[in-house]
Design a protein around this ligand. Structure first.
Ligand SMILES: [Fe+2]
Length: 452
């Protein structure tokens, strides 16, 4: 968590300060015109210190959900709630032997909906089910069937309604693949053999495959006691794995790649018998500088920016076992999103944000990539505004992939004020801004949960 003390010690900007309480506000002021088709809730997750609780770690604060209810052109309410987890209660997450209490998690990274459940998710821990009003139901192990963690980036297959996800651990099984059917039942789990426990924040699916990111950030026993005892490890190498998800027990084909790290996948798909993966790639130097800040709250000497990552494409050919790599753009970006009805299929558009890496003073912008033409469209927010991930919401009855809106929370750099921005995804121009009743700290991921 980044609490007020940490901000003072390290001079981090005010938009990383936690808020001290839970509030409700109604009938929010709107600038512009909210599309009347937007009926639902935008909910975003992120770490938020509990007053009196301190930690030197930037990522493990208890999860707090910020929600905005939109209906028939009005912004009916905003509210924020901590997710009631073991971390919220102050229970320790890991024992001295590295054994984890999967319910003592922070649930601070993402919030998704599937088969009638809304789940708050984190890197290593059980999901926590919450309500449409952001109350906590409790930890969810899918009727006792889930014996590992569930990481924060499950993938919904738009054709089947299945939710693909995985868990990773510091001790065997290091990696386990899981699938929920469209009714939310955990119907398949299998261990995937990897050499060691690595930090695996995200993965990809295609129509028939799972793509694994087995990258050189490995579990370090001597760091047990820290929230995330993982470090860059030159000896590990780096590989992407391709595994049929529609054939139980299918082998994994591994592709050696140049060492790098990926927090977030944009998309993957099958094309002419190959697998194409677009993701945001960190070099060793960029990863280690950011990891120092996030895990140890140390800014490497001389660094005024940390963690500058770029959109990258890997093309995996199962016939030759070759992996071709190609940068897609020079911009420093993160938090890639897309039309979720195209997850695992060729998608023309990816949406990212730039200027959001820790310590950056660069202008934040939403950047839309047209992956067919290689062109970009950007909308800058000016020098004093931070933004987070931009979530794509399709328009009802749309004709084009980008008929819809992007939603993101924008916060002043000093953390004193926030708005929910709604942009037309076709031209990346704002159509409405909802004034929120407080500054909402920068956080991680969110979802639009439509009423229907
Ligand atoms: Fe993430």
């Amino acid at each position: 968590m980044i609490d007020a003390d940490t901000v003072e010690r390290y001079g981090l900007p005010g938009h990383l300060r936690s808020v001290p309480d839970e509030i409700d506000a109604h009938d929010l002021h709107v600038t512009g015109t909210l599309p009347p088709e937007l009926n639902g809730r935008y909910i975003r997750n992120g770490p938020n210190a509990v007053p009196g609780m301190t930690s030197a770690h930037a990522q493990v604060g208890p999860g707090m959900l910020h929600g905005v209810r939109l209906r028939q052109g009005r912004a009916e309410w905003y509210r924020n709630r901590w997710v009631r987890t073991g971390a919220f209660e102050g229970r320790p997450f890991a024992g001295p032997d590295g054994r984890l209490d999967l319910t003592a998690t922070s649930a601070n990274t993402h919030v998704v909906h599937h088969a009638g459940r809304i789940l708050a998710l984190v890197e290593i821990g059980l999901p926590h089910q919450v309500t449409l009003d952001l109350g906590t139901v409790g930890p969810c192990d899918f009727g006792g069937r889930l014996a590992t963690a569930m990481t924060a980036h499950p993938k919904l297959d738009p054709a089947t309604g299945d939710l693909h996800f995985f868990g990773y651990g510091m001790r065997p099984p290091f990696l386990t693949y899981h699938r929920l059917d469209s009714a939310g039942r955990l119907v398949h789990s299998r261990e995937v053999a990897v050499p060691a426990g690595t930090m695996m924040h995200d993965f990809a699916i295609t129509e028939h495959h799972v793509v694994w990111l087995d990258l050189p950030v490995t579990f370090q026993r001597h760091l047990v006691g820290r929230a995330m005892p993982y470090m860059w490890d030159d000896a590990y190498g780096a590989r992407l794995g391709v595994m049929r998800h529609d054939r139980p027990g299918a082998p994994v084909q591994w592709f050696e790649i140049d060492p790098c790290f990926v927090f977030h996948v944009g998309n993957a798909y099958e094309e002419d018998g190959r697998i194409v993966l677009d993701a945001v790639r960190y070099t060793k130097a960029e990863f280690t500088s950011m990891w120092s800040l996030l895990s140890e709250m140390v800014v490497p000497p001389g660094r005024t920016t940390v963690g500058r990552a770029r959109l990258h494409r890997w093309t995996l050919d199962s016939g030759t076992a070759g992996a071709a790599e190609q940068p897609l753009d020079d911009r420093v970006v993160e938090f890639p999103t897309l039309d979720e009805e195209r997850v695992g299929r060729p998608a023309r558009y990816l949406y990212t944000v730039t200027g959001t890496e820790p310590l950056s003073r660069d202008e934040c912008a939403i950047v839309k990539y047209d992956t067919f033409t290689g062109t970009t469209t950007a909308h800058g927010l000016g020098p004093d505004t931070m933004i987070g991930e931009a979530v794509f919401v399709p328009a009802p009855g749309r004709r084009n992939e980008d008929d819809g809106w992007l939603m993101t929370i924008a916060t002043t750099r000093d953390g004193t004020a926030s708005r929910l921005l709604v942009l037309d995804a076709a031209d990346v121009r704002p159509v409405a801004a909802v004034d929120l009743p407080r500054g909402v700290p920068s956080g991680f991921h969110g979802s639009w949960i439509p009423d229907d």
